[in-house]
Design a protein around this ligand. Structure first.
Ligand code: ZN
Length: 263
């Protein structure tokens, strides 16, 4: 793709909109699919590892089925749980960066501690809120396979900052929609408990750009939004969840030409 990795993270990988810090790696534990755990250290919290592994397996069930139905193979991502700092193909990252997906190494990165502190940081408690975060990052992986991310990153270089932010919002909302699509089979299997869906919707609400900006600085700057408003994030997650169909996740309606022409 020929794109600076850090820039990729800055534009498309944050779920929380927190600034990326580049720090030295302390290593992590990689969960390549759900098959095996490779070396690199012991996870800080085995319960967290088990939970993430379960959610990741659910995303694989969902996306394997979706891709198969469309005559394609789903290439499963790896997921790296890390403590404090990690090095990815997109550069160094710390807990402060929040969860992110790196297109270059096709891995999703989650810091175990901050992941479990969603409720304290963002008033977004609950297992399904955490599952949403994992599913959102896996949504970026699906976008990577579908060439949405490479096209976006190619097009972005020719855009103004405001245009790039608007396109970033569409990328993020589609990832939210994909996260919703992932939740549908879980619901159909009767695995959701009362309040689970609301946990995810609340998480989406808490990390909307407008809500985050109001909380951090007291006012909003819409031109700087790059993930979508709380209302948009809730709506797109719900859209995926309600339909269970990725075709309903076309957040680029009207922008497809721009993406394909400029990439
Ligand atoms: Zn994202």
């Amino acid at each position: 793709m020929g794109i600076g990795g850090i820039v990729v993270i800055l534009m498309v990988c944050w779920i929380t909109g927190i600034n990326l810090l580049t720090l030295l790696s302390e290593g992590g534990v990689e969960l390549p699919g759900t098959q095996q755990e490779t070396a690199g250290g012991t996870p800080a919290n085995d319960e967290t590892t088990a939970f993430v592994r379960t959610v990741l397996a659910e995303t694989e069930d969902t996306w394997n089925a979706v891709f198969k139905a469309n005559g394609a193979d789903y290439q499963e991502p790896a997921l790296v749980l890390f403590l404090k700092q990690v090095q990815s193909a997109c550069g160094f990252a710390s807990s402060a960066s929040g969860p992110f997906y790196c297109p270059q190494d096709r891995k999703a990165y989650l810091d175990t501690i901050s992941f479990r502190q969603l409720d304290q940081q963002f008033d977004a408690a609950g297992d399904f809120a955490e599952a949403y975060v994992v599913a959102h990052e896996v949504g970026h992986h699906v976008q990577n396979i579908l060439s949405v991310l490479p096209r976006f990153n190619g097009a972005r270089k020719r855009m103004s900052e405001v245009e790039a932010n608007q396109m970033s919002v569409r990328v993020e909302l589609q990832a939210d929609c994909f996260a919703g699509v992932r939740g549908k089979p879980t619901d159909q299997k009767g695995l959701l408990e009362g309040g689970d869906l609301e946990e995810a919707l609340n998480a989406a609400r808490q990390i909307g750009d407008d809500t985050l900006q109001k909380r951090s600085q007291g006012y909003v700057v819409p031109e700087s939004f790059n993930h979508g408003t709380s209302q948009q994030r809730v709506a797109w997650f719900k859209r995926g969840f309600d339909t269970g169909d990725m075709k309903g996740c076309d957040a680029f309606s009207g922008y497809t030409e721009m993406l394909s022409c400029r990439s």
